[in-house]
Design a binder for this molecule. Structure first.
Ligand code: R5P
Length: 305
């Protein structure tokens, strides 16, 4: 027997779509509140659904404010273990802290390691996430994990929105090259990448000039995360200067921090396509991520109804 628990940061997913994708699995929402002093409280609604002896899938995206979302996830995992679940699985559509996957400067932590080891330590047996910044860093979890890539789904949305144009997919940095390649293959388009440098002290981003074959084409910039929009805006300017007909973005995760949308529009970006791994933001064209991700959970054989 198995049950899905939707955490506070899964509020934009409907119980029906989750249940339907998992062959009619029971779905409950966790209770949550913040104490007046700021501490976090969560609770499994055991009066609605006991989890004793069952496989429990906790769905929680690590949306801003990330630290609160992380903490809610850890508390829910511990609560499910404490309530006697047979095994606890976590579906984390957006994995926060994944970009701090190394010590870029001496004295820094490997934040993603802290997060993944904590999840495992409190009893998560398996982790499913979508397009983690560096898939290799998921090994810190130490247990079963899957990094779900949904470029075919993103490509479908881009193809229907930008139909009629010759497309070229560009990665804004070498780290996104595999993403650009996968998206380009799904779109039947060419791909290339720019070289980006980030000043680790000031955070300032620069792009090395590079000739790209984009003249007369609509460029699709492919990246994992849009945060401030700075990376994509630089790439957009670079391809428009080289004669691109237009530029759109396809990203797995649209954090869209304050001012990101305006920054992208000013740089000439005419559409933002993203998976709905994070709470909806105005202006973003969303592609649903849950059904294909839950299919992977079902196929793993770890969640048995
Ligand atoms: C960095 O390597 C990531 O893949 C993204 O390119 C970056 O985090 C996006 O951040 P921003 O939108 O603030 O430039």
């Amino acid at each position: 027997l198995a049950v899905v628990v939707l955490g506070p940061q899964a509020w934009w997913f409907s119980e029906e779509e989750v249940s339907e994708a998992l062959g009619g699995a029971p779905v409950v929402r966790a209770g949550h509140k913040d104490f007046p002093d700021g501490e976090t409280y969560v609770r499994l609604p055991l009066e609605l659904r006991d989890v004793k002896g069952e496989d429990v899938l906790v769905v929680q995206s690590l949306a801003p404010p990330q630290d609160k979302s992380v903490w809610q996830l850890l508390l829910l995992v511990e609560a499910a273990v404490g309530a006697g679940a047979r095994s606890v699985l976590a579906l984390v559509p957006y994995l926060a802290y994944a970009r701090q996957d190394k010590r870029f400067l001496p004295g820094e932590p490997v934040s993603v390691k802290v997060l993944l080891k904590s999840l495992a330590a409190f009893g998560a047996r398996a982790l499913f996430t979508i397009d983690a910044h560096s898939p290799k860093s998921l090994e810190h979890f130490g247990g079963y994990y899957e990094n779900v890539l949904l470029f075919d789904e993103l490509a479908k949305a881009v193809a229907s929105g930008e139909g009629g144009w010759e497309l070229a997919v560009i990665a804004p940095d070498a780290g996104a090259l595999e993403r650009a390649k996968a998206l380009a293959e799904a779109l039947g388009a060419s791909y290339d990448y720019l070289e980006k440098y980030r000043d680790r002290l000031t955070g300032e981003v620069k792009v090395k000039p590079k000739a790209l074959s984009v003249r007369g084409k609509v460029v699709v910039i492919a990246d994992d995360v849009i945060s401030t929009g700075g990376t994509v805006a630089l790439a957009a300017r670079s391809v428009l200067e080289q004669g691109a007909e237009g530029v759109v973005v396809a990203a797995s995760h649209a954090l869209m921090a304050e001012g990101a949308f305006a920054k992208l529009s000013e740089a000439g970006v005419k559409a933002v396509y993203a998976l709905d791994t994070l709470p909806p933001k105005e202006g973003v064209r969303y592609v649903k991520c849950l059904k294909p991700s839950l299919r992977r959970v079902a196929l793993s054989g770890l969640f048995k109804l």
